[in-house]
Design a protein around this ligand. Structure first.
Ligand SMILES: [Zn+2]
Length: 283
């Protein structure tokens, strides 16, 4: 956090230095936009094959074939979900929230892609529909579906409160991946990563620029739907924070289930190529 009383005196040209123009770090104008028309055609030919119910304060994994769709629905009461994505063929290829943020901004919506980690770095999924796209930005600078948070976890809880809570999204996703893939818990834990906070309403406070959350505007019937660009394992935790209006990492908040519906289209589909960088890193 920046000090409210800096130790050093501003230089005489401090205002001029601060007045420089902001430049977007990663303009995406060279990226071909997602072909939402082609997606709509594939969606019309898709049929529902799987429904996965994620219990409150727990997580589940499900597989989604490339070229198909998955929809995360809030079915009962306001509930936030922590989303992880892995390539079904290789758990090392996982969702990269930081680079997704760098490319698409702090909060994502229809048409934004969820990118995978290095060295594959390609779209894993594209957001197809978002019933909360009307929310925009609120007076606190908050919005929904962020890629700025991490995932609630027992390590930070231990650090800050001195107690252990085992049903954080990190632990929920770890157990779910271990069970889904039949791998040891410790191995699964190493693949769990920072999330897309589905339905969560977040931002940075205007004074200290700290990460904040507020009660999610999601209501029963709202959903966020994705197009799977590659064969995916989708992991979703119904966060113990419920609507995240008060606290997480505890059993205090009212929590509800979330549902993942998979809509498969078996027509041939070609996934995006692996990132074309040769990986030589100058050697
Ligand atoms: Zn959580």
């Amino acid at each position: 956090m920046k000090p409210s009383h800096p130790a050093f005196t501003p230089p005489s040209d401090a205002d001029a230095r601060r007045a420089k123009s902001a430049v977007v770090c990663y303009p995406t104008t060279t990226l071909a936009p997602p072909d939402l028309g082609a997606m709509t055609a594939r969606r019309a030919g898709a049929r529902k094959t799987t429904q996965c119910i994620v219990p409150p304060r727990d997580a589940r994994c499900t597989t989604v074939p490339a070229g198909s769709f998955f929809r995360i629905t809030c079915t009962e009461g306001p509930q936030v979900g922590d989303l992880n994505l892995w390539s079904a063929a290789n758990l090392e290829e996982r969702f990269y929230s930081g680079k997704t943020r760098a490319l698409h901004g702090t909060h994502v919506s229809t048409g934004d892609r969820l990118w995978s980690s290095f060295p594959t770095m390609r779209p894993m999924a594209t957001i197809y529909e978002d019933t909360l796209d009307w929310y925009g930005w609120d007076a606190d600078g908050g919005s929904v579906h962020d890629v700025i948070g991490t995932r609630c976890d027992p390590y930070t809880g231990r650090l800050l409160s001195g107690t252990d809570y085992h049903y954080c999204c990190h632990s929920n996703l770890t157990r779910a991946l271990a069970e889904h893939n039949g791998i040891p818990l410790k191995v699964a834990e190493s693949f769990v990563h920072d999330v897309l906070n589905v339905f969560m309403c977040t931002g940075f406070t205007q004074d200290t620029h700290q990460y904040f959350m507020k009660a999610s505007p999601v209501r029963a019937g709202d959903y966020l739907e994705f197009f799977a660009e590659i064969d995916l394992i989708v992991g979703l935790s119904a966060c113990p924070g419920g609507d995240c209006g008060e606290e997480h990492t505890s059993d205090h908040a009212a929590c509800h289930p979330l549902v993942i519906d998979v809509f498969e289209n078996t027509a041939p589909f070609t996934s995006p190529a692996l990132n074309a960088y040769d990986g030589s890193n100058g050697r």
